[in-house]
Design a protein. Sequence first.
Length: 412
Amino acid sequence: MRTRLGLDFGRLWSAYAVSTYGTWIAFGAFPLIAVQVLHAPAVAVSLLDAAGLAVAAIVAVPLGPWVEHRAKRPVMIATDLARFLAMASIPLAYSLGLLSYVQLLTVSIISGTAGIVFAAASGSYLKHLVRSDRLLVANGRFEATSWVATSVGPPLGGALIGLLGPVVTVVADSVSFLLSALGIRRIRGSDVAAPRDTGGLRARDLLLGWRFILRDRALRGLFLNSILVGGLIMATAPLLAVLLLGEYDFAAWQYGLAFGIPALGGVVGARLSARLVSRYGRHRIMVVFGWLRSIFPLGLALTQPGIPGLLTVIVVEGLLIACMGIFNPINATERLQRTPADRASRVLTAWSVSSKLCQAVLMVAFGVLATATTPLTAITVSGVLLLGTPLLLPKRAHLAESGTPADDIRVA
């Protein structure tokens, strides 16, 4: 029987779906524009992703405490509008012949920063909006939506670029943020904000999110596991593109299939997550699929030219993403349930900032490794390192703990 989560959750979910589809339709648009329109060299294209992630993460650090003490819906609307305006500036500059690499980088930083702030605000609001015992179902729906968008968006975006030019998907992405803001504005329920501190923002407040995570043994394990797994997987994404499109001469449509079809595994996994937890228990499912999502990427070391290589990537990525679809809602739910409402924004900001910084560093490191060796070698090294990450997952006894006592970390 389908769990009902309320009309306001439906509006939040719809807003998320619209912006997520827009983002995935525009997937890869910035590197494409950098290469085809601005004729940027390969190193500049790599820096566009890595620098955008790193700078956005650093800029977002002081915004966690700021978000904590403000109503969350206005923050979400403001960040959506900021992304709308930033993205809309690209087709405008392109039409006027004024588009530059610096503008692409600036928009990447603004969009990345706004995305971190939006995630912190929306996570806090979801915890306020949905009962604790229904958070896993809610997170599963967000996860399924994300993977459907991942499957459908890039092929659709590629078709639009082929028909209408390189900036059309950026237009779609900017409009999606505007529609998301309008959807959030329609939510009619109450909002949530932590009490304000008259003493103002102090330096130690910036680190509260990390301090809370590191003092809770279950959160600490999930945190370290998540940022390393995400960083190692994301570090190989551009290398796989170089391997398939460059060295193995895959056609663009084959490359699209290699990542579009496996994303459907994430949809299946997300729909199964709550059922598996209900039947076998949260810790058992977390550990089993935490291990599996770290084992399957090593299969990419077997990638070779031609149809066998294409099938290898599809099968390996499909199994990996299905495991992620099961694991990610559990991870997100555990994180929200263990975090008090008056610290949720700072914890979520710390988590996002750390993830993006880790991804940026590992992208650069594995890019250097691939240049010194081969892309396939770097992908294989990443797969080997992933095998050790499940050792960081929390033990059953850690999950049974109630979390860091309120007296251990004082809220600003």
